[in-house]
Write a protein that binds this ligand. Structure first.
Ligand code: CAA
Length: 283
């Protein structure tokens, strides 16, 4: 199937990044969020990122104008009516995603592929909210989207081969490397990453070392680009907790028990970089 127009639902950190790479690769993009201000901020983030590429001589000012002209703002979900591919990148919450997919089922054209950027939730269950589970698939981008080259593609139980092929082709056209994984809690990326982050939080909780020293061990000792606690702040501690809960519920194994300190930070509203405080403080 030829994809011309892509709608991105959710204009936060991930949604803006996805919209940026889609517009950069030549697609018409509708960036949608329920709040107009969130969409404006998302477009502003894209503009800032592209301007940085101009400073680095990777793009010209006219390239930036051309890319931004391909991005349309939306705060009405019925704007899905001409989209060939819809990528949902809303908050990591099953009920929210189910509501969005049921709305998309009403407004998206019959041929449209409905993808979710969920990082851990069951694709099969999200697909069941629609009358076209064969068109529903997981398309999991990594943060920061413009930099990270992986896309995990997750088929639900009923996903068609043609849906998979379309999403694989689009992923490659964005300059990304798609990897197919099965529909299990946390897929591969977060099943491996989040227990490491959770364990790093346990080492803070148990007083083994300071956050800075734990991060230093992993950066210098394992060559990770950022330490697990910096990464947790960057992802958002609410998202980390939610994913740990999905793993804990999904596998029922104590090894996925969220660290009480993680829970407490989230209760305090210390969600990481986005709120100015997590394991570190930010201005
Ligand atoms: N958006 C776009 N570009 C960004 C960016 C952002 N938010 N942050 C950094 N960059 C770019 C910078 O512009 C820079 O590019 P140029 O040098 O070409 O201009 C490049 O990335 C390197 O940036 P810095 O030199 O400032 O910093 P760095 O070398 O530490 O790299 C990083 C930053 C790429 C984020 C790196 O630290 C890294 O790879 N960290 C790990 C990221 C990671 O693990 N992501 C996965 C998170 S888990 C996830 O997303 C899944 C989930 O479901 C939770």
């Amino acid at each position: 199937m030829t994809i011309k127009q892509i709608m991105v639902v959710g204009a936060g950190q991930m949604g803006a990044g996805i919209a940026q790479v889609c517009a950069y690769s030549g697609y018409e993009v509708i960036l949608h969020d329920t709040k107009e201000k969130v969409v404006e901020d998302g477009i502003q983030t894209i503009r800032k990122r592209l301007k940085r590429d101009v400073e680095k001589d990777r793009l010209s000012d006219s390239d930036v104008d051309r890319i931004l002209r391909r991005v349309y703002a939306s705060s009405t979900i019925s704007n899905a009516e001409h989209a060939d591919l819809i990528i949902e990148a809303a908050v990591e919450n099953l009920d929210v995603k189910k509501t969005i997919f049921s709305q998309l089922d009403s407004f998206a054209p019959e041929h449209a592929v409905l993808a979710t950027n969920t990082s851990s939730l069951p694709i099969t269950e999200i697909a069941a909210e629609t009358s076209r589970a064969e068109n529903v698939i997981g398309m999991h981008f990594m943060n920061p989207v413009p930099v990270m080259t992986l896309i995990e593609i997750i088929r639900g139980l009923q996903t068609d081969d043609s849906t998979f092929k379309t999403v694989k082709n689009v992923s490659e056209s964005l300059g990304k490397t798609p990897v197919e994984v099965n529909d299990f809690p946390g897929f591969v990326s977060n099943r491996v990453l989040m227990p490491m982050i959770n364990e790093a939080i346990f080492t803070v909780y148990e007083g083994v070392a300071t956050p800075k020293d734990i991060d230093e061990v992993m950066k210098l000792g394992m060559n990770h680009p950022m330490g697990p606690l910096t990464l947790a702040d960057f992802i958002g501690l609410d998202t980390c907790l939610y994913i740990m809960e999905v793993l804990h519920d999904g596998f029922g194994d104590d090894k996925y028990r969220p660290c009480p300190l993680l829970r407490q930070y989230v209760q305090a509203g210390w969600l990481g970089k986005k709120t100015g405080r997590g394991f570190y403080t930010y201005n």
